[in-house]
Design a protein around this ligand. Structure first.
Ligand code: CA
Ligand code: CA
Ligand code: CA
Ligand code: CA
Length: 214
């Protein structure tokens, strides 16, 4: 059965609808703008889909982003208050965005990984203490970038330098290390990754940190 409206009723309905159009449009504008605006404000630099330091690599493609919560895409530091603030002889998990060992029982001496003799200013050093605790491994290894160990000794291969370098990018050990000086051992301290806090899977390295292309 078909329904029909009288011309008068139709005209009234149209005029009422016309009155509400500006109101409806304003609601639509609010509804569209809010969800787009909020995540951009709240996202860390390494999760905002923006190449913040304009070096051609965005977010986790940028070797200076250690995880999505890293809020400084322009350096190996995270920009998170309280992070990257360890003594070299007592390194926390580098990937949990804090510097405390209370949440993971990670407490590793940098000389376990540093190449060459342990610097005098880092002593004392006990090589028998170079195995991470089980609690540290369980808490930190799953967060760790695959080209790194839990403490920020990482293998970096970058198009701007020749070859690959296994160095501390953790600012607690190499505070002046940057990508463009990754081959300077006085700034980016050479190291060997701590085998006790391993990251699984074989890796392929391209353009900075590895891409997993298995
Ligand atoms: Ca970004
Ligand atoms: Ca970038
Ligand atoms: Ca960073
Ligand atoms: Ca911690």
């Amino acid at each position: 059965m078909e329904k029909s409206f009288s011309p008068d009723l139709t005209a009234k309905l149209v005029s009422v609808l016309l009155l509400f159009i500006p109101v409806l449009c304003s609601f639509e504008a609010v509804a569209i703008e809010s969800p787009l605006a909020l995540p951009q404000v709240d996202s860390a630099q390494c999760a905002n889909n923006i190449d913040d330091d304009q070096d051609g690599l965005s977010d986790l493609d940028d070797p200076k982003c250690k995880l999505p919560g890293d809020n400084d895409e322009s350096s190996f530091g995270s920009g998170v208050p309280g992070d990257d603030n360890n003594d070299p002889w007592s390194l926390d998990c580098w990937f949990d965005l804090n510097s405390g060992s209370g949440d993971d029982n990670c407490e590793m001496h940098a000389c376990c990984m540093l190449e060459g003799p342990c610097p005098a200013e880092y002593l004392p050093f006990d090589p028998s203490q170079c195995v991470a605790s089980q609690q540290c491994i369980e808490a930190c290894a799953p967060q760790t970038r695959q080209e790194c160990d839990c403490f920020g000794c990482c293998q970096i291969c970058d198009a701007s330098v020749s070859g690959c370098y296994e160095v501390f990018v953790n600012p607690s050990v190499s505070p002046a290390c940057e990508l463009n000086v990754i081959d300077d051992p006085s700034l980016c301290k050479p190291c060997s990754r701590n085998a006790s806090c391993p990251v699984p899977n074989p890796l392929i390295f391209l353009d900075g940190f590895e891409k997993l292309t298995l």
